[in-house]
Design a binder for this molecule. Structure first.
Ligand code: PLP
Length: 391
């Protein structure tokens, strides 16, 4: 009998071969050991050194592999460590086609670090498949997707990009942070490597920084394992445990947050102080149909631009519930200002070209009461109308 993924998750990924055999403890043991005793000179056990393998990390890696329908998962010390380790599969002279709407840290890695090794890139509007096709060169090895993208929730047609990549003999990587494996399974659509900032929804409590990578190709699994062990940006055993604990409640947290996000998004479209709402669950959101064809949730993150009559500084100080911070995907709602936070590393002209204005805010909806959240936003808007206009 096959169980639903949330059933597996509720048990912390416990499955045949991973149950704690000696005491029956429902939580996995945290193996705080860097090294492992070897019984005989020529007899090696399953573990020798924790950079290469750790039983607590194994349980997390097996769980994420199963959730993404992959064959192997890899846990890293951050989402950026997972993403940069995946890019370590490239060589000097290779080329990447990458969405211009990627996470700011990925933008910085590709433009500043990969460029040092003469690995070239072309930024494209991934929502425009013709632009993607035209950017592919004979040396293109990876097409890099993030969908929904940050912070305007642009939607990429995963199937269309995968089929282009296959025709041109290149890999596809996909940052699945916003959807999690419960609501979007890119490997099933032909993507080669799925990446996560597990700092966000997977852990869910703003407590740890972690990253994950999953593949269903034996060849890529071997190469990722080699990079993980060689580059060494592994996740420690205690954080692996904490991430597994957070993941147990992923489904109820995400469901509640997503249903609140949907209600908030549709309510905001009616409010005078709001100029525009970006949310894949709104019918008029560009790519909403494509998103619905490849995901089973519109997600728990929305963005909106304030009307010019609203003072953004006042708006922030008048909000009482969400924390005003970077990051997303936690039990507490998080309000962010992309222009000065996630996209601060991007030059202003690049930012403006991408539609990230100073009046744009992103809201990661938590598990608070949705009417409390709505009232908070409405009250804050009312209290933040600019003086000159209100008089
Ligand atoms: C946060 C984030 C990252 C980076 O992950 P870290 O865990 O902060 O290193 C990558 N992609 C997306 C979409 C993110 O939100």
């Amino acid at each position: 009998m096959t169980h639903k993924k949330e059933t597996l998750l509720a048990h912390g990924g416990n499955q045949q071969g991973y149950h704690e055999k000696y005491t029956g403890a429902v939580n996995p043991p945290i193996y705080v050991s860097s090294t492992y005793h070897q019984q005989e000179l020529h007899e090696f056990g399953p573990y020798d050194y924790s950079r290469s393998g750790n039983p607590t990390r194994d349980q997390l890696e097996a769980t994420i592999a199963k959730l993404e329908n992959g064959i192997a998962g890899f846990a890293f010390s951050s989402g950026m460590a997972a993403i940069s380790s995946a890019f370590m599969l490239l060589e000097t002279g290779d080329h990447i086609v990458i969405s211009k709407d990627v996470y700011g840290g990925t933008f910085r890695f590709v433009t500043k670090l990969l460029a040092q090794f003469s690995i070239d890139h072309t930024f494209v509007d991934m929502t425009n498949i013709i632009e993607v096709e035209e950017a592919i060169q004979p040396n293109t090895k990876v097409i890099y997707i993030e969908t929904p993208a940050n912070p305007l929730l642009q939607i990429t047609d995963i199937r269309a990009v995968v089929s282009l990549a296959k025709e041109n003999d290149c890999f596809t990587y996909l940052d699945n942070t916003f959807m999690t494996p419960l609501y979007q399974q890119p490997l099933d659509l032909g993507v080669d490597i799925v990446l996560h900032s597990a700092t966000k929804f997977l852990s869910g409590h703003s407590d740890i920084v972690a990253g994950l990578a999953v593949t269903k190709s034996e060849e890529l699994a071997g190469r990722l394992k080699f990079v993980q062990n060689t580059y060494g940006a592994i996740l420690g055993a205690k954080d692996c445990y904490q991430l597994l604990q957070g993941m147990k409640t992923l489904e109820p947290r995400f469901q509640k947050s997503a249903s609140s996000a949907e209600k908030i998004a549709s309510n905001l479209t009616e409010l005078e102080g709001i100029e525009h709402v970006y949310y894949p669950g709104l019918k008029n959101h560009p790519g909403a149909d494509i998103h619905a064809s490849q995901s089973t949730s519109a997600g728990a993150v929305l963005s909106f631009t304030l009307h010019e009559q609203i003072d953004p500084e006042q708006f922030v100080s008048n909000m009482t519930i969400p924390v005003f911070a970077v990051s997303l995907g936690a039990v507490e709602s998080i309000l962010s200002h992309p222009a000065t936070m996630s996209h601060a590393a991007m030059p202003p002209h690049e930012r403006e070209a991408r539609g990230i204005s100073d009046r744009l805010f992103r809201l990661s909806v938590g598990v608070e009461d949705v009417n409390d959240l709505l009232a908070d936003i409405t009250n804050s808007l009312k209290a933040s109308v600019k003086e000159s206009i209100s008089k």
